[in-house]
Design a protein around this ligand. Sequence first.
Ligand code: ZN
Length: 174
Amino acid sequence: MASPMDIALAEARAAAARGEIPVGAVVMTGDGTVLARSGNAVEARADASAHAELLALRAAAAARGGPRLSDCDLYVTLEPCPMCAQAISFFRIRRLVFGAYDPKGGGVDHGARVFDAPSCHHRPEVVGGVREAEASALLRDFFGRKPFPSTPGGAAKRINPVGTRSEPTGRAEG
Ligand code: ZN
């Protein structure tokens, strides 16, 4: 049986074949059922917000008939951008698993670090770097072998422990 990240990678490959940046996402229920799967569809939909994660989250919520996905996990081939990270929080995803890190556009382990912000009221468990080599190879191929930004570590790493969220410190960063 295909793993959730296999399905997300298949969606990313299908997106590339359509001329979209190759990113794929899957929403799984707690019992391992695929609730929704999607690839990036920015060009096809003429919608700059049609990222794979957002489309999969919306489809999953529609399938469920409710806006919250508290018992669901999101698998995506690339570190989510700040928009998608915020949506992941709004949909109350239990666990986020992503493939390649994105130092330039990511909003989880880079940049805005959305889940660490005091304004973030639901923080999923996060695991990054799962099937990272395959996910970044897809992006590299798509962008014509331009080097995709290299990533820390190289192995899957847990970014925050289960069930924790950082407490607001009340102090401005940087
Ligand atoms: Zn996004």
